[in-house]
Design a protein around this ligand. Structure first.
Ligand SMILES: NC(=O)c1ccc[n+]([C@@H]2O[C@H](COP(=O)([O-])OP(=O)(O)OC[C@H]3O[C@@H](n4cnc5c(N)ncnc54)[C@H](OP(=O)(O)O)[C@@H]3O)[C@@H](O)[C@H]2O)c1
Length: 352
């Protein structure tokens, strides 16, 4: 029987039905989202991930906190380091990094019932197409606009605002999940044009590579006009490609997307003043790509700046700044140093 709270949440649920939700790739995003769903007694939430995460959650429990002071505890959680129990799931939230998708596909095909919707929550573009090519299941996209960081063992913190942008769909189990998120104070915005949402998020994610190349904390990097000039140029390339593709990218900041490059080029004192609360970032925070480089992991570069280069080729234009950034990340991934900022600006043809 559904709890009273769950009945409110589940506009689309059928009384008596207990949906089983699989969080596949339980890391920062997966644990953060999954802990919200655990608050709904009408959901059976199963976390799938690494043995190390299973041990961490068993020892410390799972809790989430948020910049807007919501705290939830979800313990004990059902955590699986093998994917066999995927067969029970009615919806999958796929929260591995984009680089882990290909090996994950074989597993999904092996264990998932074919009618079960898979919601891909990665940053980057080309994800839905890639999954659709290999998977018989319905594939949906959702874009997470905020940052989630692990504060300490078992505790995941949402560091910024924004609603999860979720592809409109008519899968009742998925819509139940969306209502449950809303019920437990995680905003969700339904979106008919998910391509616009993906393209808009990519515009912001172009800085992930620059942050990794700079090897600086995010705040320090953004307060250096030289790095902002490069970011503005990378954004300009992507906005031009979007216009060629006939896509108007969704704006995730109060400024219209077209003004972002102009805004970034402002002198630092003006930029700092105008950016105001946008710069309310932890002084030590870095992009996840920077973390990946530091942990010697493969980055998501080919789904971000690499996708810009690929799309440019498709439209028979070039994206030299994004190509330069991809090259630098490849160097870092193979243990070499990236070029210094002045040389990057010179190669990009930018004057300070
Ligand atoms: N974190 C954020 O703030 C944020 C915000 C917006 C969007 N995103 C996007 O969300 C996606 C997930 O990011 P995240 O930060 O949550 O990544 P994450 O913390 O690395 O979580 C992914 C987890 O999945 C595990 N995994 C990978 N392959 C697996 C497999 N075959 N079986 C079991 N577990 C597996 C990973 O383990 P290993 O590390 O051992 O492989 C990791 O624990 C990315 O595309 C990212 O761009 C993240």
């Amino acid at each position: 029987m559904l709890s009273e709270q769950a009945q409110d949440a589940g506009q689309h649920s059928t009384a008596g039905q207990r949906y089983c939700i699989g969080i596949v790739g339980a890391g920062s995003v997966g644990c953060y989202l999954g802990a919200h769903l655990c608050q709904d007694n009408a959901l059976d939430v199963k976390f799938f991930g690494r043995e190390t995460m299973a041990l961490e959650l068993a020892a410390h429990g799972l809790s989430v906190t948020s910049f807007d002071h919501h705290t939830y505890f979800a313990q004990p959680v059902a955590f699986y380091s093998s994917l066999n129990s995927l067969i029970e799931c009615d919806v999958v939230l796929l929260t591995v990094k984009a680089t882990a998708l290909v090996p994950m596909l074989t597993q999904l095909k092996r264990f998932l019932r074919p009618e079960v919707p898979v919601v891909a929550m990665q940053n980057g573009i080309g994800i839905g197409e890639m999954l659709n090519q290999d998977l018989a299941n319905p594939v949906l996209r959702a874009i997470v606009p905020f940052n989630v960081v692990k504060n300490r063992a078992g505790q995941f913190h949402r560091a910024s605002a924004g609603a999860v942008v979720w592809q409109q769909n008519n899968h009742s189990a998925v819509n139940y999940v969306i209502q449950a998120f809303k019920q437990f104070k995680l905003p969700v915005q339904l979106c008919a044009d998910i391509t616009a949402a993906e393209y808009g998020k990519l515009l912001l994610n172009l800085n992930n590579a620059l942050n990794a190349i700079s090897d600086l904390p995010l705040l320090q990097q953004l307060l250096d006009r030289k790095w902002r000039l490069l970011l503005a140029a990378a954004m300009q390339e992507w906005l031009y490609i979007c216009s060629k593709a006939g896509v108007k990218p969704l704006a995730y900041t109060p400024l219209p997307n077209a003004l972002l490059p102009w805004f970034l080029r402002l002198p630092t004192a003006l930029f700092r003043h105008a950016a105001g609360s946008l710069l309310a970032i932890d002084e030590q925070a870095r992009s996840s790509m920077s973390d990946d480089i530091r942990s010697h992991k493969r980055t998501e570069i080919m789904f971000l700046n690499g996708a810009v280069v690929r799309m440019a080729q498709l439209h028979q234009i070039t994206a030299p700044v994004n190509s330069l950034l991809v090259e630098q990340i490849k160097r870092l991934e193979s243990g070499e140093a990236a070029l210094p900022i002045d040389e990057l600006l010179r190669q990009a043809g930018l004057k300070v």
